[in-house]
Design a protein around this ligand. Structure first.
Ligand code: FAD
Length: 463
């Protein structure tokens, strides 16, 4: 009998897991169960389809049905919800999303949970009104677009100035709509940037017309005839035509939890490095799991496609009888806002402080090309290192070009546990039209290595 592998969730994790299971076991029966009507599409592309940069939502679709069913022999059960797992008898209970209410059982040899995450909502008065949206699915974008057109929207409130909120602010401006952003902490992008770095991005966004209300929370949404017409932020009222709630998403773990599968302290499903859960032959990957952070050496809830696909690949391989290990993540992240590339690896300074790491840091600026060669752009680099062992633990890079690939370079260094000094010794390539002799991240690492040395000397002199 061929092995039966069932994947719950048809997002990027589910499809990645299924494809890798197929590559590992050519004869297995693979079934994907998803409660959306479609398979994997790029959620990351939603703000760009909304702004019109990407021509339409359909362009975000990964593969068509034939690619799953004919090319890869993966059966699709779309519009179907997995409602219960019996981990002892290895049975999954499915419910039709349609009106039939039909429930049926599916036996599995291996089960892969990729149930993703759902948007966080705020429990303020008015959050149930029409014209209040979250951004997670194609339907969300479609509904928001239709609403904005029907009310001829001019102003929209965004709650949360993290990655999604910031991307949506830019997308609204591209559609000629004025965004008002409320953020509860003192600076934007608090998960990936220190405030001195984030202010560079905020100033650029303000020049483009984003109106920020920092250190301000949403008190209530004001309604008229069942529809949002205003918000009260930090005590002040503002007229708006819609509200976009872009606060942290929550892992969808109910199915696992009900089956007695262990969750971790961050609230995501806990797995081992084979992506196997506490239940035998049940694997999990993506936004529903908590991830081992290689830098801070704890389990966290990263909500990144890059993390999701790597975990899903390992889950798919192991579920199909192969052998793979997920090494953990550095949380490397990038985003483009108002012409700036913003990339980050590892914890911010406030988070590192909270974790008791007390990092030594430097902030430097350099050009992405030699001074004499036209077209170079300034890149601001902040690097963080562990005060005792000198290990690189973080980087934040902002500039009009070159931040992303350099963040990948630092990600590799942190993945390998390199010190600032070791990193500063790595040779980088040079050619006048492409890169300077001393790369901006090398210059920052040299400065950091010197500062670490000085700090160590000072500590020695004091003791
Ligand atoms: C607007 C936006 C922009 C983003 N930009 C980036 C970016 O630039 N870079 C980056 O790295 N990441 C980005 N992300 C994050 C990235 O999209 C997610 O990390 C990734 O989509 C997670 O994929 P997943 O398959 O684990 O979960 P999901 O995409 O959430 O898929 C889970 C699927 O499982 C289904 N499901 C849940 N429960 C059940 C059940 N019981 N039965 C059947 N089906 C079920 C859900 O309906 C869903 O379709 C962005 C996310 C958003 C929303």
């Amino acid at each position: 009998m061929p092995r039966r592998i069932v994947v719950v969730g048809c997002g990027v994790s589910g499809t990645t897991a299924a494809f890798h299971a197929r590559k590992t076991d050519r004869t297995a029966e693979i079934i994907m169960v998803g409660d959306e009507k479609v398979t994997e599409y790029s959620r990351c592309g939603l703000p760009y389809a909304f702004s019109g940069t990407v021509r339409n939502l359909e362009a975000l679709m990964g593969y068509d049905r034939a690619f799953y069913e004919n090319t890869n022999r993966i059966k699709l059960r779309l519009g179907t919800r997995a409602v219960k797992i019996d981990t002892t008898s290895q049975k999954l209970q499915l419910a039709d999303n349609g009106l039939s209410g039909q429930v049926n059982d599916l036996d599995y040899d291996s089960l892969i949970l990729t149930t993703g995450a759902r948007p966080g909502m705020l429990s303020v008065p008015g959050s149930e009104l029409g014209g209040v949206f979250t951004i997670r699915t194609m339907n969300d974008i479609e509904a928001l677009s239709n609403h904005l057109s029907s009310v001829q929207a001019k102003r929209v409130a965004i709650i949360g100035a993290g990655l999604t909120g910031s991307e949506m602010a830019e997308a609204l401006i591209e559609r000629g709509i004025h965004p008002i952003e409320a953020e509860i902490v003192p600076e934007i992008l608090p998960v990936i940037l220190d405030s001195d770095m984030a202010s560079l991005v905020r100033e650029r966004a303000e020049e483009h017309g984003v109106e920020y209300h920092l250190q301000s929370s949403l008190d209530k949404i004001i309604g008229k005839d069942g529809r949002a017409v205003g918000v009260q932020i930090g005590g002040a009222e503002h007229n708006v035509d819609a509200v976009v709630v872009a606060v942290r998403v929550k892992p969808s773990t109910e199915l696992a939890e009900k089956a007695g599968i262990q969750l971790g302290e961050s609230g995501g499903i806990r797995t081992d490095d084979r992506m196997e859960t506490s239940a035998r032959n049940v694997y999990a990957a993506g936004d529903c799991v908590e991830t081992y952070d290689r830098i801070t050496r704890r389990f966290v809830f990263f909500q990144l496609a890059t993390t999701a696909v790597r975990q899903a690949m390992i889950a798919g391989i192991n579920a199909a009888g192969g052998s793979g290990k997920y090494p953990g993540s550095t949380g490397v992240t990038t985003v483009k806002l108002f012409g700036l590339e913003i990339a980050s690896v590892g914890p911010t300074t406030p988070l590192a402080e909270k974790l008791g790491l007390h990092p030594v840091s430097v902030r430097t600026s350099g050009s992405t090309r030699l001074e004499y060669y036209p077209g170079g752009k300034e890149l601001t680099v902040k690097l963080l290192a562990h005060p005792q062992d000198g290990r690189l633990i973080g980087a934040q890079l902002i500039g009009e070009e070159g931040a992303t690939l350099r963040a990948n370079f630092v990600s590799m260094a942190t993945h390998l546990g390199m010190t600032a000094e070791e990193f500063s010794g790595i040779e980088t390539c040079y050619s006048p039209p492409l890169a300077p002799v001393w790369d901006p991240v090398t210059i920052a690492a040299q400065a950091l290595a010197r500062k670490l040395q000085l700090t160590a000397n000072l500590a020695r002199a004091r003791s």
